[in-house]
Design a protein around this ligand. Structure first.
Ligand code: GTP
Ligand code: MG
Ligand code: ZN
Length: 289
């Protein structure tokens, strides 16, 4: 029997097949071969009785994310809050690079819009909308924007990613009423407690799934420094004016990207993220040799 791993806790896996679930262990040989099993994996199971089984094979993955650890998702819902915790464009930019490099479609959701002015929301959204990303503001309090998020989740496997406390579980509960995921208490806000402790996939609509996941603040960039610019689609048009074909938009003269930033046509925050990531990757690469 073939199924989908919807939950992984210690060495126990929940495998779903046609709406029914089995509690499974992994065959020892998988571990010996160094094969890990992730939520989202499609696996071959030898049934044991009516409700249990043994995972004997993991099928090749279409996509794989390290953080949150999940396989085969098509879309990453990058959740960032406007306040509590504060909006951190750097972390959002980092997540954008990571998920695009992993071959996922990014969807940006800005939460807690009730805690700031409409102007602040518009300002936060602008650079990302300009870059061509879909950016949706939501407020869990009023339910504003929840339908628009729901529409983006149809027929896809999506994972919710973002810092702890930004409202991932709250959003999952809002798009899928009755889910009943545990959410952070207001009294704990801002203290960086992790309410969600594992990744879990839930069926959504007729053929979709959504995965809630624990929050994170650290995220390794798994790309080459000279490939980084590929993951900044907002640089593409202005980079046509760079004098050098391989321009890294760093120290080069006559750089279309730097010119656009100077003239206010490209977000400085986005460029600052790019430069910070470029340095980080260049340092990492220098330490390898
Ligand atoms: N004011 C306001 N508070 C919100 C909103 N969305 C979520 N919250 C609150 O933010 C807190 C954290 O929400 P969670 O959904 O637990 O956050 P999370 O991203 O799942 O956090 P982790 O599981 O720790 O990663 C809760 O107290 C929510 O009630 C919103 O739109 N407005
Ligand atoms: Mg949570
Ligand atoms: Zn350039």
């Amino acid at each position: 029997m073939r199924g989908l791993v919807t939950k992984a806790l210690a060495n126990f896996f929940t495998v779903m097949e046609g709406g029914a679930v089995r509690q499974c262990r992994a065959r020892g040989v998988l571990k010996k071969k160094g094969i890990t099993i992730l939520v989202g994996d499609v696996v071959e199971v030898e049934p044991v009785g009516a409700t249990e089984g043994v995972i004997v094979e993991v099928l090749p993955r279409k996509t794989e994310l390290v953080r949150p650890p999940v396989a085969n998702v098509d879309q990453a819902v990058l959740v960032a809050s406007m306040a509590v915790p504060d909006f951190h464009p750097r972390l959002l930019d980092r997540m954008l690079v990571t998920v695009q490099a992993a071959g996922l479609r990014p969807l940006i959701v800005l939460t807690k819009t009730d805690l700031v002015t409409a102007e602040a929301v518009a300002q936060a959204m602008a650079p990302y909308a300009q870059a061509g990303y879909t950016v949706l503001p939501v407020c869990a309090q009023t339910g504003d924007g929840v339908d628009a998020v729901r529409a983006q989740l149809e027929n896809r496997i999506s994972v919710f990613a973002g810092a702890s406390g930004v409202g991932k579980s709250t959003l999952a509960n809002a798009v899928l009423p009755g889910l009943g995921l545990k959410m952070g208490e207001v009294s704990r806000l801002g203290r960086g407690r992790h309410t969600t402790r594992h990744v879990e996939l839930f069926p959504f609509g007729s053929s979709g799934f959504i995965a809630d996941a624990p929050g994170f603040s650290q995220l390794d960039l798994l790309v080459q420094s000279d490939e980084l610019r590929r993951y900044f689609p907002d640089f593409e048009v202005v980079a046509r004016h760079c004098e050098y074909r391989g321009c890294l938009h760093d120290e080069e003269q006559h750089c279309g990207v730097k010119e656009a930033v100077r003239e206010g046509r490209l977000s400085r925050s986005r460029y600052d993220s790019y430069l910070a990531f470029l340095r980080e990757l260049q340092e990492k690469e220098a330490n390898l040799y």
